[in-house]
Structure formats: C-alpha cells, structure tokens
Design a protein around this ligand. Sequence first.
Ligand SMILES: Cc1cc2nc3c(=O)[nH]c(=O)nc-3n(C[C@H](O)[C@H](O)[C@H](O)COP(=O)(O)OP(=O)(O)OC[C@H]3O[C@@H](n4cnc5c(N)ncnc54)[C@H](O)[C@@H]3O)c2cc1C
Length: 281
Amino acid sequence: MTLTATAKVEGPSGCFPRAENRCLVASNEPMNSEYRLMVVNAPETGLSAYAGQFFHLLCPATATEQPFLRRPMSIYRIDRENGQLGFLYKVTGKGTCALASLAPGDELNATGPLGVGFSIPEGTRHVAMIARGVGLATLAPLARMATVNGAKITAILSARAPEFLMSRDELEAAGAAVIEVNDVAGNSSPQDVTNRLRDIHEKTPIDFMATCGSNRLLSLTRELCSEWNIPGQVAVEAFMGCGLGMCFACVVPVRDAEGKEEMKRVCYDGPVFGVNEVTTW
Ligand SMILES: Cc1cc2nc3c(=O)[nH]c(=O)nc-3n(C[C@H](O)[C@H](O)[C@H](O)COP(=O)(O)OP(=O)(O)OC[C@H]3O[C@@H](n4cnc5c(N)ncnc54)[C@H](O)[C@@H]3O)c2cc1C
C-alpha cells in the first residue's frame, strides 16, 4: 500500500498543514494490561507533527464494533528518520478496542497533525514535565523538543502502580532525567512530587513546566509556576466530534490574563494551553 495523504488543509496559524494520512501499521503491541503502543509508517504530512499535537484516528469496524466518531490520540513518537509515528493508547471502550485489533500491514487512517502543541520559550534552560496515565503518552515527545532546544529535561512519571509506568526508555533516549513515582510505593502524592521538584529547582532552577494526565498535577504545576514566576503549559482532553474546529463539541472554559472566561475549542485552540488559562485537565 502506498502511504498517501489527502485533503491537505492549512491548520491554525503557525501549525503545520493537516491531512488524512493513510498509514501502514508496523506494530501494535501491549505495553501492559491496559495500554498498547501502535507504530505506523506514515506519509510526510503526518511526520510534520510536533509535541502536544494529536491525530484523529479512524477506528476500524470489527465483528462487534462500528465506532462512528474518530478517536483523538496524542502523538507519542515522531520518528522522522524511519518515517514512523507512535501512539500509546489505553484500551477503554469501543474505539480503542477496535484500534487494538489492527495488525501489522493493516491501514490506519489518521487525520492530522491537529491542534496547537507545546511551545518552549526561547532560552529555556531546564524543563520539568509531570505526567500521569495517558499524560505519559502526550508528554513523551516534549523531551526531544526540549533537548533539541538545548534545555535540560526532568521528567516525573506518575502512575497508580509500577506496572503502569511507561515511556522511561523513550524519555531517557531523548536525554531526559526520569523520576518514577507510584501510588503503591506511596511516593506519588502531590506533596511528594512538589517536594521533589523544589529540591531539583534548588540545584538546577526550572524555568518551564509542562503537565498532562491529572488535575492534581495541574494544580501543583500551577502553584510552582506562580511560586517561581515561570511559564507552564498543560495538554487537556475533551470529548471530540470533528477534531477540525468545526463542530464545537470539544469547547472548554479558558481564562484570559484578566480572568475573563471564554469557551475555546480543544481541537483547534488547544489541546495545549497555559496552566493559568484552564481550570481542569
Ligand atoms: C487531544 C486528545 C489526546 C488524547 N491522547 C490520548 C493518548 O495519547 N492516549 C490515550 O490512551 N488516550 C488519549 N486520549 C483519550 C482518547 O481519545 C479516549 O480514551 C478515546 O477516545 C476513548 O475512546 P473509546 O471508544 O475507547 O471509549 P468510549 O468510552 O467507547 O468512547 C465513547 C466516546 O467518548 C469519547 N471519549 C471517551 N473517553 C474520552 C476521553 N478521555 N477524551 C476524549 N474523548 C473521549 C470517544 O472519543 C468516543 O467518542 C486523548 C484525548 C484527546 C482529546
């Protein structure tokens, strides 16, 4: 099958073109009892994605499921050298069950890259990222983005149990210093994570933070960013229809600098927002 992209359209200002990418599944393996990693060979347009952007995946019809709406998935791996994209996804319902049925050689139709991703301010020297659950997928490519921008990166990965800690290899390969915490070990409370970050900041000041995956982590990120007077960003989730900015199904309240709230589209204005702009992850 030839990898093709159709219907190229301009994305939100500053974003790469987006397309319907016909990709070829290279692998689709379980990472643990809940998550799978799907790697696909993708056309050029798909490979133009950057950290924080997502794709809207067409879920195949299976014997039992015919999911209608596409499913939004953050980009987990952007491997331009090998022409591949990776998606780390939790098998939760109809759509992700159908995605889990895809085998090597099957086609994955992925619209994207979509949305506005992370933007690390110029001159940033030390990025701290804090991720939990699916957030481990969304934040992984940020490590490479930070390293390419000459910044040091500290990644705190949180999960409810050791089995669900993922992305360590991916992050270390991108140059990140990885710290894993989990509920079973009793070292994942917001206070524990805050104390660790304060210790790290004392030694090597953190000047940018990013988070995804939990409201508690969003709150502590917001607090530390205000304490250290540094910028921070969060990748949020919302139920989506079109994923292209047309149906307004995914709107969330977003505050401006004066605190005035406005409903904004996660698929078009986000999914990445400033930590003070959004109230929930
Ligand atoms: C921008 C963005 C990036 C995401 N990235 C990832 C990722 O990298 N890895 C991952 O595992 N999950 C990710 N998600 C969540 C993922 O889209 C949902 O888990 C998935 O849509 C569930 O579909 P389902 O059919 O299996 O579940 P069902 O419960 O059967 O879904 C029913 C409907 O609800 C929607 N829905 C259900 N849960 C969610 C949710 N949490 N967020 C948005 N829509 C939902 C589905 O899209 C579908 O339309 C992301 C969501 C968004 C918005």
